[in-house]
Design a protein around this ligand. Structure first.
Ligand SMILES: C[S@@+](CC[C@H](N)C(=O)[O-])C[C@H]1O[C@@H](n2cnc3c(N)ncnc32)[C@H](O)[C@@H]1O
Length: 300
């Protein structure tokens, strides 16, 4: 395992295979890691999932970054214009959010990562809806958006919170490719993309916060994600109107999984006329270990 305390505990093998030798941008160690064997293995895996040798890959290389072309067709759907409140929510980062909305509404829709009608409600239903959770993420933390899909809520949080280091996790290659293209297009140094399933990363990933929207029922989500949290970490699960009933039904399961506190939070973006619920589940801190940000006994 990498000894750098910035890299979220990625193993050498994982960093080599998943990122083809690249560590997340914030890792304190050299970005290219691993032996020649690892790099070859990474290249081989890319090839076997329709990578460098495939026609679609060559076409993507030829057509450049995300959003302009799909195959031979040039398709562009007009995204919803940013509502006036978007400026209040995103502040200086609004141009990045606008560009991300364009990418979602063009390539995101064309590649089937969002439904065809989502472009018309990209701000209300996606960007502004996800923005609410950003304020719940503790400062300077490492977060993982599990089941990120097209980057929701992870990319929105990463845009709003440059102090947060964000891992976007999804098992599907076409989604991680889109995410990588967005990260590069938006030049976000605080984001890394990882392909994989949450339940396969227990013991390899240790983060302060897991974010998730529309990924799995709460009990399954907690089973997958609580093992990815550092002591004192928290799961922030964005849920719909049935959140209260769902939480009530899984309390004993949460206890068995090591959760020590859970609560339902209601987020409302001013003027949006929408409510989003977030279930916050915190995992316990073993005796003798101090919560991130807490003072050491006797410390100043
Ligand atoms: C309905 S989509 C939601 C995407 C995004 N969070 C959003 O709100 O638009 C569910 C996502 O979860 C991912 N997913 C499914 N099972 C997963 C698992 N075991 N670990 C991580 N991601 C998973 C899927 O690939 C998909 O991208």
């Amino acid at each position: 395992m990498c000894s750098c305390d910035q890299c979220c505990g990625w193993s050498e093998e994982q960093a080599s295979v998943v990122h083809n030798g690249l560590r997340p941008p914030w890792c304190g160690r050299s970005r290219r890691v691993g032996s020649r064997r690892h790099e070859k293995l990474g290249a081989h895996l890319t090839k076997s999932v329709g990578g460098p040798m495939s026609r679609s890959w060559r076409r993507r290389r030829e057509t450049g970054p995300v959003g302009l072309r799909v195959g031979r067709r040039r398709v562009r759907r007009e995204p919803q214009a940013p509502p006036s409140m978007a400026g209040n929510v995103f502040g200086d980062t609004l141009p990045l959010a606008v560009r991300y909305a364009e990418l979602l509404s063009s390539a995101g829709v064309e590649r089937g990562l969002l439904g065809p009608r989502e472009a018309e409600r990209i701000w209300d239903r996606h960007l502004l809806n996800c923005a609410g959770v950003a304020s719940l993420v503790p400062p300077e933390s490492v977060a993982c958006d599990v089941g990120s899909g097209a980057g929701l809520p992870g990319l929105v949080v990463a845009i709003l919170r440059p102090d947060v280091r964000m891992i976007l996790l999804d098992p599907l290659l076409r989604r991680t490719r889109f995410l990588e293209e967005c990260v590069s297009e938006l030049s976000l140094p605080n984001v890394a993309v990882q392909r994989g399933r949450a339940e396969e990363l227990a013991g390899q990933l240790a983060v302060d916060v897991v974010l998730a929207r529309a990924v799995a029922p709460l009990e399954r989500l907690a089973t997958w994600t609580l093992p990815l949290l550092r002591p004192g970490g928290q799961l922030l699960a964005m849920k719909g109107d049935a959140a209260r009933a769902e939480l009530a039904g899984v309390e004993s399961a949460l206890r068995k999984l090591g959760a020590d506190h859970w609560e339902l939070l209601k987020l409302s973006v001013r003027d949006l006329g929408q409510q989003t619920f977030v279930v916050r589940v915190s995992v316990g801190v073993p005796a003798g270990v101090h919560r991130r940000g807490s003072r050491q006994p006797g410390g100043g």
